[in-house]
Ligand binder design. Structure first.
Ligand SMILES: NC(=O)c1ccc[n+]([C@@H]2O[C@H](COP(=O)([O-])OP(=O)(O)OC[C@H]3O[C@@H](n4cnc5c(N)ncnc54)[C@H](OP(=O)(O)O)[C@@H]3O)[C@@H](O)[C@H]2O)c1
Length: 333
C-alpha cells in the first residue's frame, strides 16, 4: 500500500520547516505481528514535537532520525490489524506519522480506542486529548492548585493553555492568562472566564504583572524571560508547574532564569511534568474531562487546516502565535 508522508530531510532552522521536511511517498511494509494500520483522518499539531526535530540528546525523548517520517498524534480508523486489541473499523488515537496512513505497533504508539459516539471527533485532540490530560495534571497534581488560589497560565490562548485556565476555574481557582496580543486577552476574559489577561508582547509586562498581584500557581508553557518576570511575582509557597518551554523551541535558546534565587526567597516548588509519564492514568483523566466536556464546561476553539500537503503551514502557526486553541490538520478521506 502506498502512502504520502512528511520526511525529515534535515534539522530545521527556526520555523523554516519547508526547507527541512518534504512530502514524500513510500510503500508500507507488510503488516508485522501485532501492528495496525490507521487511515489518518486528523493530525494533531503539538508544539512539543519541535524538540524532536532538533539533534539534542538530553531532551525527554531522543531526536527523530534524519530521513525518517515526522511523528505526531493522529486520529483515524483502523484499516488493517494484526493486533488482538484493535480491529478494522475501530476509531483510534496514537502516536503515528504525518501521513495518509500510519502503520504502528499500538503499544509503542500509545494507541487507544475512542468512543465513536462523541460527535465532534476533534475533541479527542482538544478537551479529551493529551492536552486535556496535561492541563488537568499540571494544574491539579503538579501545581497542586486549591480552590480560592490564583493560577497564572502562559501561552494561555493555545490548546494546552486554554484547557489549563478552564480547569483552574473548574477547581475553584481564579485564573489569569498570559498571551501574545490584546485580542487573545479579550478572548481569555470574555469567553474563558479569566479574571485578567496579560499581554507579554509589550514593554510593560512587569507593570501588568504588578497590577495583577501575586500568584500561587504558575502553569508555565513558555519559559524564557517571561519566567523571570513571574518568579519575582509569585506568592510565598507557590508552585511552578513546568509544562513546556516554547520560547526555546525555535530559537534554540535554553531557559536559564536569572531570578532563580526567588525559589528559595519565596519557598517555591518548581516541578516539570510530562504527559507520557501518566499515560497509564489516561482513562481516569479522560473520564473527568468527559464530565466537564459533556456539561459544556470545557470547550476549545479549533484552528483547522485541510490537506496533508498543508501540514507545515499549520505547524508554523504554533511558533508564530497565529493560532487560537487547538491546531489540527484534517485529511481527505
Ligand atoms: N509537559 C507535557 O506533557 C506537555 C504536553 C503537551 C504540551 N506541552 C507544552 O505545552 C505548550 C503549548 O503547546 P501546544 O501544543 O498546546 O501549543 P499551543 O499553545 O496551541 O501553541 C503554542 C503557543 O505558544 C505561544 N508562543 C509561541 N512562541 C512563543 C514565545 N517565543 N514566547 C511566548 N509564547 C510563545 C503562542 O501564543 P502567543 O500568541 O501567546 O505567543 C502559541 O499560540 C508547549 O510548551 C508544549 O511543549 C507539554
Amino acid at each position: 500500500m502506498q502512502t504520502r508522508y512528511w520526511r525529515i530531510d534535515s534539522r530545521p532552522e527556526g520555523t523554516r520547516f519547508a526547507e527541512a521536511l518534504s512530502l514524500s511517498e513510500t510503500s508500507l511494509p507488510a503488516l508485522g505481528e501485532g501492528e495496525i494500520r490507521i487511515r489518518n483522518a486528523m493530525l494533531s499539531m503539538d508544539a512539543g514535537t519541535r524538540m524532536w526535530l532538533t539533534d539534542r540528546e538530553d531532551g525527554y525523548q531522543p531526536p527523530l532520525a534524519i530521513e525518517s517520517p515526522m511523528t505526531g498524534l493522529v486520529l483515524g480508523e483502523v484499516i488493517a490489524s494484526r493486533s488482538d486489541a484493535f480491529k478494522e473499523g475501530d476509531l483510534v488515537r496514537a502516536f503515528g506519522t504525518w501521513a495518509d496512513v500510519s502503520q504502528v505497533d499500538p503499544v509503542l504508539a500509545g494507541a487507544i480506542a475512542l468512543d465513536p459516539s462523541v460527535k465532534d471527533r476533534r475533541a479527542w485532540f482538544g478537551p479529551l486529548g493529551m492536552n486535556g490530560w496535561t492541563a488537568l495534571w499540571g494544574v491539579e497534581v503538579t501545581g497542586a492548585a486549591k480552590a480560592g488560589e490564583r493560577v497564572l497560565v502562559s501561552a494561555a490562548a493555545g490548546a494546552t493553555g486554554l484547557l489549563a485556565v478552564q480547569i483552574a476555574r473548574l477547581l475553584g481557582c481564579e485564573a489569569w492568562g498570559i498571551a501574545g496580543g490584546a485580542e487573545k486577552g479579550r478572548l481569555l476574559i470574555e469567553d474563558f472566564g479569566c479574571a485578567g489577561a496579560i499581554n507579554y508582547k509589550t514593554a510593560n509586562l512587569g507593570e501588568q504583572l504588578d497590577a495583577a498581584g501575586g500568584f500561587d500557581v504558575y502553569f508555565d508553557n513558555v519559559g524564557g524571560p517571561v519566567l523571570d518576570k513571574v518568579l519575582t511575582r509569585m506568592n510565598h509557597y507557590g508552585r511552578i508547574a513546568v509544562c513546556g518551554l516554547v520560547s526555546d523551541y525555535t530559537s534554540g535558546s535554553r531557559t536559564a532564569p536569572s531570578e532563580f534565587d526567588q525559589v528559595l526567597m519565596r519557598r517555591l516548588r518548581v516541578e516539570g511534568f510530562f504527559s507520557p509519564d501518566f499515560i497509564d492514568q489516561g482513562e481516569r483523566l479522560t473520564q473527568r474531562l468527559l464530565g466537564w466536556f459533556e456539561a459544556g464546561e470545557l470547550t476549545m476553539p479549533y484552528d483547522v487546516t485541510h490537506g496533508l500537503e498543508n501540514t507545515l503551514l499549520a505547524y508554523e502557526k504554533l511558533f508564530a502565535g497565529r493560532n487560537i486553541g487547538k491546531v489540527i490538520v484534517e485529511l481527505e478521506q
